[in-house]
Design a protein around this ligand. Structure first.
Ligand SMILES: [Zn+2]
Length: 821
């Protein structure tokens, strides 16, 4: 492949807000009120959800590495990251010692709403005139409304953003509609992540929609941009269609309810639905029976049964016995399930067995009843063990139901996860869409949202034309809960459970008081951008909320996803549904902190397709009750939030080319009564205030969004239309240097050459100016011939050009920009 030096200079010029390359129009808003799920907690310690603020990704990383349970409800604020932590009182103190700010539950960050008086912070400097070598670019300028209130969200970059001294100040002004003057100057917030300047950004309340904005930098750059709409003028949702049935789910559903309904649907609608069982069984809702005997000092012993609690472990008792006499050896007697440790005595008749000795004796002499015994946590067990008052019963603690847990027995033992597959043609001919809910156990709304979409599909199939089209043209795979063991634990034992029930902890963390911290974060267990390869945002600590597991794909729940997409290679779309945060993500989702090196960015065509899809999906969410997911919460998750190493989306997109979204449903909603954004929670009241935080309302609105994703997949599968593209302003003769760029008729990636060679898929790809910006601008200084073609996301190539064949009919596009003469 020839790739000689380009006879052009590539300059990053103004962002073309609203260009056809990035078919989007966004706006943003920032919630203020912290979430704060009303979790019920039980022992071993009572934990609460508190809102915290960290200075940035580095502090977040430290806090996570220290084992704190922090994820979701995280959002970027101008001076750091705000999040929700599930912590005990002691942990709050530890967080504060690390420099973390613990926010009052009722207050939170609030974006500035008013003009600040203009150039005060910039000093009285003259504003330079427009130059093509602009130092300021508008990344996005978005307008949206919700519940009668308008908002303007702006992101802008300066080429001097990284410089430390002086820090560049950026000022934003807007007009009040076409032809009106700029005014209302305010200072923008600088967003720095992992030591890297990202951009400046702000969200403002506004009453009138501006037409233009102007951004001025303290180092002299100024630029204007056109305001786009974000989620305005959404088409009516399917639920508004005459005769359309919806609102089927009437409360939170535990995994048994979810799976039994899935199987029932497959039985009721055999022509369009079936169950596919995932092959890797889970750990199961089961634990070893345990006890920590003799306090927590050097004389304490932690014992665990060989059998699962429900398979006999719970029947075991352990007793430490003091016998009369002197010079007695340490021995263990076993009668049935009663284990008696006869403690040693020395010559003077004093007790003489240490905790370490007792533990060793239990492991070797309990006739297989106890397979793990050790001193407490990091103790070496040098203390002399005291007799117990009597037999101590071991427990798996699973029967100790938390207050408010649903009725019924939870089935013990490994679970087989059923996938509800819906589609008229389930033979691979149609694009597959995988919806994976509840990787994180405490996130209950994703499960009900996914079940609601299943009900809508099967019950409207016969009567609603749009539903029929979806079912005929797609192959849908619904995993209503991908973490049933953890979900049961969340329903029945510990509401804030996030991870699965596999325990990889060594002795130091194996005592039952740590049981609410065991498990693997399934969304950190995948192979691409993994913590095992140095990516940030996953923990190696087994008790951390983001524990990545002992190796990549160590867990059956993540192995299952890989199995599914490999077996059904027609799966081209996936959505990993989480709560809560009001965010819609794609790639990149992870980076190496040093240098902030992300996983590869999707090509511009994919990026544009993601934005276009996001606009459609979120418009349908908004159509239900005006909930707006704001543009600052949409995009590559590591760009807008933080790095999450080993998440499922990176693996699905980079390994299999699956368009992979991550969704945080149940985010903030604007409350016109207070003028603030009210945050969501993991388990909001099912009904609650239907206009604000409500599991039911979130289920209904986000099901609208998933339904739109099905439509996107259906259209993608039918897409035979070839893209077209143009060089703008185009070939021809120019007196002097000229700026050109590509535009495409739909989301598509352009491959081009300027060295006379025919373009192929190996040729340079037309890239974004910078991330979250439209395509680059070429500053052409001497005569140049561009040769190119475009490929849309469905694989259609412009003019049917075949870049792989060197035939005579080279049907690519060409344009010559002639300079001078
Ligand atoms: Zn989650």
């Amino acid at each position: 492949m020839r790739r000689s030096r380009l006879p052009i200079t590539l300059l990053a010029l103004t962002a073309l807000v609203g260009s056809s390359l990035v078919a989007t129009a966004p706006a943003g808003a920032e919630p203020t009120a912290p979430s704060g799920a009303d979790h019920a907690h039980d022992h071993p310690h009572s934990a609460n959800s508190v809102r915290i603020q960290m200075t940035g990704a580095a502090m977040l990383e430290k806090v996570v590495a220290a084992g704190f349970d922090i994820d979701h409800g995280l959002r970027r604020v101008p001076d750091g990251i705000e999040g929700e932590a599930v912590v005990t009182t002691e942990q709050v103190a530890a967080l504060k010692a690390m420099g973390v700010q613990v926010l009052d539950d009722d207050e939170g960050f609030e974006w500035s709403e008013e003009a600040d008086g203009g150039l005060r912070s910039l000093g009285a400097r003259a504003v330079p005139s427009y130059s093509h070598e602009k130092t300021v670019r508008v990344v996005r300028a978005d307008w949206f409304t919700t519940k009668g209130q308008g908002f303007l969200y702006v992101e802008a970059r300066t080429t001097e953003g990284q410089q430390a001294s002086p820090i560049v100040a950026m000022q934003l002004e807007n007009d009040s509609g076409q032809g009106t003057p700029f005014g209302f100057a305010r200072t923008m917030s600088r967003f720095v992540d992992s030591g890297q300047y990202m951009f400046h950004r702000n969200l403002f309340k506004l009453d009138a929609r501006p037409s233009q904005i102007r951004v001025t930098s303290s180092t002299g750059g100024v630029t204007t941009g056109t305001v786009s709409n974000w989620l305005e003028d959404a088409p009516p949702p399917l639920t508004a269609r005459p005769g359309y049935q919806s609102d089927f789910v009437d409360g939170y559903q535990h995994p048994q309810q979810l799976f039994s309904r899935a199987k029932e649907i497959a039985r009721q609608y055999p022509d369009i639905a079936e169950i596919v069982y995932l092959p890797h069984q889970t750990n199961g809702y089961q634990r070893k029976a345990q006890a920590t005997i003799g306090g927590t000092g050097q004389e304490a012993v932690v014992v665990s049964s060989a059998a699962w609690g429900h398979e006999g472990g719970n029947d075991i008792t352990v007793e430490f016995v003091d016998r009369p006499g002197a010079n007695l050896p340490l021995t263990v007697e076993v009668t049935g399930k009663a284990v008696r440790v006869l403690l040693a005595k020395d010559a003077s008749g004093a007790l003489a067995s240490t905790a370490a000795q007792v533990a060793a004796a239990l492991e070797s002499q309990s006739q297989g009843l106890i397979d793990r015994a050790h001193p407490y946590r990091t103790n070496t067990g040098t203390g002399i063990v005291a007799p117990t008052a009597g037999p101590v019963a071991l427990s798996d603690f699973l029967d100790e139901k938390r207050v408010g847990a649903p009725e019924g027995e939870v089935p013990r033992g490994p679970a087989s996860i059923p996938v509800l597959r819906i589609g008229k043609h389930r033979d691979g001919r149609n694009p597959g869409v995988l919806i994976q809910a509840q990787d994180h156990a405490r996130e209950w709304v994703p499960a009900t949202t996914t079940l609601e979409t299943a009900e809508r599909l099967v019950r409207n199939y016969k009567t609603d034309q749009e539903t029929k089209k979806i079912v005929q043209d797609t192959d849908i795979f619904l995993i209503l809960s991908n973490n049933p063991d953890g979900a049961n634990y969340s329903f029945y034992n510990y509401a804030s459970q996030r991870k699965n029930l596999t325990n990889h902890c060594e002795d130091a963390n194996a005592d039952p008081a740590r049981r609410n911290s065991w498990g693997v974060d399934l969304n950190r267990n995948y192979r691409v951008g993994s913590g095992h390869d140095g990516y940030a945002g996953a923990s190696t600590t087994c008790t951390s909320g983001t524990y990545q597991g002992p190796e990549k794909l160590s867990e059956p729940e993540s192995k299952n996803i890989v199995w599914l997409v490999e077996k059904y290679s027609n799966i081209k779309f996936m959505m990993s549904v989480h709560s809560n945060g009001g965010q819609l993500f794609w790639q990149p989702g992870a980076y190496i902190a040093d240098g902030r090196i992300t996983t590869p960015r999707p090509p511009l065509g994919d990026e544009a397709f993601y934005w276009q899809s996001a606009g459609r999906i979120l418009s349908q969410v908004k159509a239900h009750r005006e909930t707006v997911v704001t543009p600052e919460n949409v995009g590559g998750s590591s760009d807008v939030l933080y790095s999450s190493a080993g998440n499922v989306r990176e693996d699905m997109y980079h390994t299999y080319g699956i368009y992979s979204f991550g969704w945080e449903v149940g985010g903030s909603v604007y409350n016109p009564a207070t003028g603030n954004w009210q945050g969501g929670s993991f388990q909001p009241p099912w009904v609650g205030d239907p206009a604000l935080v409500s599991g039911h309302a979130e289920t209904m609105e986000y099901a609208n969004g998933i339904m739109e994703m099905f439509r996107i997949a259906a259209e993608w599968g039918k897409d035979k239309k070839k893209p077209t593209s143009e060089l703008v302003p185009g070939g021809g003769r120019y007196r002097g240097p000229v700026d050109v760029r590509f535009e495409t008729s739909e989301p598509a990636t352009v491959y081009y050459t300027t060295d006379g060679s025919r373009p192929t898929l190996e040729s340079p790809r037309y890239e974004a100016t910078e991330f979250r910006e439209p395509g680059q601008v070429f500053h052409v200084t001497e005569t140049t011939t561009f040769r190119w073609f475009s490929v849309d996301t469905a694989g259609n190539i412009e003019r049917n050009y075949d870049p792989t064949k060197n035939d005579r009919r080279d049907n690519y596009r060409t344009a010559t920009v002639t300079i001078g003469g």
